[in-house]
Design a protein around this ligand. Structure first.
Ligand code: IPM
Ligand code: MG
Length: 362
């Protein structure tokens, strides 16, 4: 089969990790007789530099006419000035919104070979396998008003956390449905002891739960969830939460897997269902890591795992995705590692070499 993939490498290590991902996809294509047609576009700091905007309408249109979007990272210290009018991050926020990608799936799976790479004790992280669903187009990231201004008594700033019933219901539905395909346990994370949006969230969750009697449902306050993730991560199967909560808790959770470079993600515009293809954007959860850019040392595994999720959810290539997951596991079993996940006796590979090593094992 032939597939059209929009590729947005972005800034920093983005182009390097995306190259590694494309190499692996091509290896899959060769082995299973598929053609991936790539169309490249600009996003983030590079787009600001060349097009004056972090994401152009032409790039959005290009994404809309593809089967899926493969995204690297955005962010450039050049734009760190808090007074900057436009910033690279605007690009990713805008594309999530423009494509209606409200459900961001972030699997947290600890490979047995990497138990020692975690900053936590092996007995805590061993066997961890949960997935965070982060609401991606609402909440504190997008609520209005959102601004800064001068007052007679000093400067002020405001961000707004706002949610409609519809926004909450659809992302919770992704949680319940996904739980059904796994260990049938859903934890809804909120701050209902303080926030009105969380009380609405919790009310809707409790209204939906009886419709999923096969799913064991509970809710947990976000501060408590932050603790539980490092105290007893095996407690979790599927977690669902507000945008900002999900941003923070998934960086935390990546430490279970040994590195920020090990967590992939899928951003979807609909509830995933076995046997159907849905449009999505696929990206590692980490950022552009400017310090590591251009050095051929960044870990491309989160990006390569994102390519696997792309095949699974958007391209209908389930056996190919399974084959890629197995190839990643084989590579780690061979003790081939990037700098961030080194263990006893590991051989250190660069970004490109790690891509090749996985492609060879496909
Ligand atoms: C992420 C990133 C982004 C976010 C940044 C780059 C805007 O941290 O995908 O988690 O906050 O959503
Ligand atoms: Mg983040």
């Amino acid at each position: 089969m032939q597939f059209k993939i929009a590729v947005l490498p972005g800034d920093g290590i983005g182009p390097e990790i995306i190259d590694a991902g494309v190499e692996v996809l091509n290896a899959i294509g060769k082995k299973y007789g598929h053609t991936f047609k790539y169309e490249y576009g600009l996003i983030g700091g590079v787009a600001i530099g060349k097009e004056g905007t972090a994401l152009s309408d032409a790039t959005i249109a290009m994404c809309k006419r593809s089967d899926a979007v493969f995204f690297g990272a955005v962010g450039d210290p050049k734009y760190d000035n808090p007074l900057a009018k436009i910033r690279p991050e605007d690009g990713i926020l805008k594309i999530r919104k423009a494509l209606g990608l409200f459900a961001n799936l972030r699997p947290v799976k600890v490979f047995s070979m990497l138990e020692n790479a975690s900053s936590l004790k092996p007995e805590i992280v061993s066997g961890v396998d949960f997935i965070v669903i982060r609401e991606l187009t609402g909440g504190l990231y997008f609520g209005k008003p959102k601004k800064r201004w001068e007052t007679s008594t000093g400067r002020k700033g405001v961000d707004t956390m706002a949610y409609s019933e519809k926004e909450i219901e659809r992302v919770l539905r992704v949680g319940f449905e996904l739980a059904r395909t796994r260990r049938k346990k859903l934890t809804s994370v909120d701050k209902a002891n303080v926030l009105e949006t969380s009380r609405l969230w919790r009310t809707i969750a409790h209204e939906m739960a009886p419709h999923y009697p096969d799913v064991q449902f509970d809710d947990m306050l976000v501060d408590s969830a932050a603790m539980r993730i490092i105290q007893q991560p095996k407690y979790f199967d599927v977690m669902v939460m507000e945008n900002t909560f999900g941003d923070i808790l998934t960086d935390e959770a990546s430490m279970l897997a040994g590195s920020l470079g090990m967590l992939p993600s899928a951003s979807l515009a609909a509830v995933p269902k076995a046997g159907t293809r849905i449009f999505g954007l696929y990206e590692p959860i980490h950022g552009s890591a400017p310090k590591h850019a251009g050095l051929n040392e960044a870990n491309p595994i989160a990006t390569i795992m994102s390519a696997s999720m792309m095949m699974r959810y958007s391209l209908g290539l389930v056996k190919e995705a399974d084959a890629l997951d197995a190839a990643i596991e084989k590579t780690l079993k061979a003790n081939l590692r990037t700098y961030d996940i080194m263990g006893p006796g590991s051989k250190k590979l660069g970004t490109k070499e790690m891509g090749k090593a996985i492609a060879e094992r496909v």
